[in-house]
Design a protein. Sequence first.
Length: 475
Amino acid sequence: MALWGGRFSEEPADAVFALSRSVHFDWRLAPYDLRSSLAHLDVLESSGLLTQDVAAQIRKALRELLAEVASGVFAYNASDEDVHSALERGLTEKLGEIGGSLRAGRSRNDQVATDLRLYAIDAMLDTATKIIALQEALLAKAAEYGDAPSVGFTHMQHAQPVLFGHELAKHAHAFNRDLDRIDDWLARTSVSPLGSGALSGSSLPLSPEATATALGFKRTAGNSIDGVSDRDFVAEALFILAMVGNHLSRIGEEWCILATTEFGWAHVADAFSTGSSIMPQKKNPDVAELARGKAGRLIGNLSGVLAMLKGLPFAYNRDLQEDKEPLFDSFDTLALVLPAVTGMVATTSFDRAKMAAAAPAGFSLATEVADFLVRAHIPFAIAHEAAGKCVALAESKGIELHQISDQDFASVHPALTPAIRDVLTVEGALTSRTTYGGTAPAAVARQLAILKSEVTAFEANFSAKIQAFSGMMSA
């Protein structure tokens, strides 16, 4: 039976039903819909709107449906419009007319807003655990290569020597920010719309506060119109997921570059590579490329929802049906990409010799010349100019900076004494970068220790939240 229709003299046209139908994608909300129905049932019973006997029958049927949905015994059919109508059909098949009693005091508007929040919280917690697994792989790899000299890049050009563990660790910092955003999002999303009704609340003696507590929300919506129309949590979730995708894309881009024959730094494991259907020698970093490509999809989902939300008037509009598929798709996409990238990172090995050989190339030690002069109390503008002249001199002679003669150094600037050679080494450049967050061995070791502690704290935080959510869903 449809959830509406009493005032209509005709059934919806087939084209209208096909356009309106959402059960084929919103069916994944079924467990959350049933859980919110149990919370709503408790309030209907405690307020005296349902007798204990009727409430007990409905509660038993709802729990049976939960098990049947989980096992696949109960599913939607061709006549169901959405997840709500499908589940009400399931109740009425079990109980007859009293299966429709749950509809009292609530609308699909507040119902779907509640279900979607519960789903999003569950999926976001799962995403957080997958991000943490990737961070752990990154930190293990950063520790493995924490003492390996390489060159750092800006503008894709050799910049300064860095430890390769320092380079890898930057990705863990980016994912820390994502986890921070997820934690903040969870707090803002912990608002229950249930009790908002279609838009104006209810005249029945309900308790939105009670259902909010039962469903693990920190508070209930303070404005019933906002309660049914707010989709900020969807847009914000999509932004977070798009940022995670961008961070994964950055890893993908770097792995693609480092695995080229020209670089030859990264050796991606066979299990995380693919071949060519025509070129037998090919070993392609497809995981890295797909991580890079999927980021566009995640950004597109965010853009689409923001465009849909722009300018919606008053309370609920059917446009909001378009919030679900992009959100579902973004969570599904990261559920595929994150484990694959984690495996790729964990199993990649790097060529220490090639990275070390690249460390001083491209005049990456030029900044050491400028810093040497600054320590001799030469203004940095003059020091920078002198270091640039040293690079030009070396380039004209086809040599590296450390190969410039003492006489030529002195001709550039009298403060460039033979002591300059003490800093014109990769080891000297690395060990001198002792500032907090720098690339000196001690600084990198300290950074990795702090990162490990932060990731451990995130893991404990999200594990507790997952346990609490699972307890609520099984209550």
